[in-house]
Design a protein around this ligand. Structure first.
Ligand SMILES: [Zn+2]
Length: 323
């Protein structure tokens, strides 16, 4: 196909994220740049129709869309394209979701776990760009991870590779949703940062000077904001959290001699307040020559990470299929 001017029209891919209350979609170039975005409140009762609608809108902007990638909070069986584990999505996703999406959009569809998609997005056009081996961590309501080795997502024996949030950080710690005690997630996820802050405020009189002692309904984002505003107690909470994460990152560095570690998710919006202690603690606790070869960076794509990565995985699947 050519434009009136005679130049060939660029091929695009569409990436959609259905992880959160918001559905995010992007029209992505062959090189991983977002050309256009759409977002809407996720309609859990009619996800297939909603995705088809947003795909149709984006196709109005590009006549050459080659494939669709969808990132979702579940595990996808690559043999069958079935979603096998999904805690947060309605049952429609566990049925013939893949086939229904292909029928509704007329496009080749790739489904991918959202943390894997975000990792691949960062790898192609974000903070992982230029590396071959990358570990991606997302820290928000929960803690997820994904590995890219030799330029490809590493799934492990049964798809669970990169469960970084369930690395034990405190053998005497509290019980985790996974059944273990003292997982990283039990101290460093957003709800657990809030829990630790409440416990400490109750125990420690000097912390009553903190702004957090005034507003009892604070969130992890409030703690980060107060820390940036110079609140010593809030800054201490972010620093401690960073040290927990850095301890777990050091284990990954020692195990893999990984080239790049990219940290994303809502908690990383605290910026240097959390990134600096992560890097310091990772350095302190990892094998030095291995640490020297690792770059630790904050994620760069924000809300574009999952749609970009999903679109690029759809691109790769399509080109592999064609060749
Ligand atoms: Zn756990």
């Amino acid at each position: 196909m050519t434009t009136p001017g005679g130049a060939p029209q660029a091929t695009h891919y569409i990436g959609v994220e259905i992880s959160r209350p918001t559905l995010r979609a992007a029209l992505v170039t062959d090189g991983g740049e977002v050309a256009e975005r759409r977002e809407a409140a996720l309609d859990r009762e009619s996800i297939v129709e909603q995705v088809a609608q947003v795909v149709a809108q984006l196709r109005d902007s590009s006549p050459r869309v080659a494939a669709l990638g969808v990132g979702l909070p579940g595990l996808v069986n690559p043999e069958t394209d079935r979603v096998v584990v999904s805690a947060d999505l309605p049952s429609v996703v566990r049925g013939y979701f893949h086939a229904e999406l292909e029928r509704a959009t007329g496009l080749r569809v790739e489904l991918e776990n959202d943390a894997n998609a975000a990792a691949y997005g960062e790898y192609i056009s974000g903070a992982g760009r230029g590396s071959r081996n990358m570990f991606y961590v997302t820290i928000g309501r929960g803690i997820g991870g994904a590995l890219i080795l030799g330029g490809r997502l590493w799934y492990g024996a049964s798809g669970f590779a990169g469960e970084f949030g369930h690395i034990t950080i405190d053998p005497e710690g509290i019980e985790c949703s996974c059944g273990n005690v003292g997982c990283l997630e039990t101290v460093a996820s957003a709800p657990n940062i809030v829990r630790r802050a409440h416990e400490r405020l109750y125990r420690d009189n000097t912390s009553s000077l903190s702004m957090l002692a005034v507003n009892k309904d604070f969130t992890a984002a409030d703690i980060a904001r107060e820390a940036r505003n110079g609140d010593d107690f809030a800054a201490l909470m972010m620093e401690r959290t960073g040290r927990y994460i850095g301890t777990a990152v050091a284990a990954v560095i020692n195990l893999l001699n990984i080239e790049r570690v990219v940290l994303g998710g809502g908690v990383m919006e605290a910026g240097e307040l959390i990134l600096s202690p992560v890097i310091r603690e990772a350095e302190r606790r990892s094998f030095h020559p291995s640490f020297e070869a690792t770059q630790i960076a904050a994620a760069a794509l924000g809300n574009d990470a999952v749609p970009t990565g999903a679109a690029m995985l759809a691109r790769d699947a399509t080109t592999a299929h064609a060749s």
